[in-house]
Design a binder for this molecule. Sequence first.
Ligand code: PEP
Ligand code: MN
Length: 269
Amino acid sequence: ASLGFRHGQASTVKVSTPNGDVDFGKNHPLVIVAGPCSVENEEMIVETAKRVKAAGAKFLRGGAYKPRTSPYSFQGHGESALEMLDAARSATGLGIITEVMDTADLEAVAEVADVLQVGARNMQNFALLKKVGAQDKPVLLKRGISATVKDWLMAAEYVLSEGNPNVILCERGIRTFDRQYTRNTLDLSVIPVLRTLTHLPIMIDPSHGTGKSEFVPPMAKASVAAGTDALMIEVHPNPAKALSDGPQSMTPNQFDALAAELLPQRVPA
Ligand code: PEP
Ligand code: MN
């Protein structure tokens, strides 16, 4: 009775944004989601939003609630960051993708987000999955750090089985034995593999996947070559000063050049 384990007819996840509907899926143009790891202040998020919009991104990403490995690291500005995202949404018309970490914050996050992100560390938070499955905003489900493809698709099933059909799967790198030169191992083989298993749209996040901004362009291009439906790329106006994930964040100028190379490449099938 599984809903996600069905391939052949790729499904479309349609997301409404102030700038109009954006379709995710195999039969639609590449969608780029870009923005900083964390929403740091209103000025930086609005500035970044304007830059990524000009480059061709359709969504702004940015964390208000951050799942940090250490409790002593910056945890995100929470509710006030949601207001900053709302300001960036009004200023640009971009859709907003932001993470919901806790069922307690779901209502507040869903008020601002056009797509709710469930992070890698919460991929098997079944209470959260059921809650996002029982509301009507689309869900971006990141692959868990040590999740098999089956674990990931079964996690998606928790959302689908509650009645929400709008799930996008995001590969963001998995933990392997080698972390010396890359933060994670970006598993691009999931693109063809998922096509044989599921109709759900696929997104690749080469920023968390590699951990280094210089490795993002080649892996973004490889993802497009392998047939990804969407990309998530971290962009910060001043990566050296970022409160989180600076080393993997591109500058707006670097992102501009990459987006120009990527966007003309993929036309609807
Ligand atoms: C993020 O997108 O900033 C993030 C924390 O991602 P992940 O859950 O993949 O680590
Ligand atoms: Mn990040």
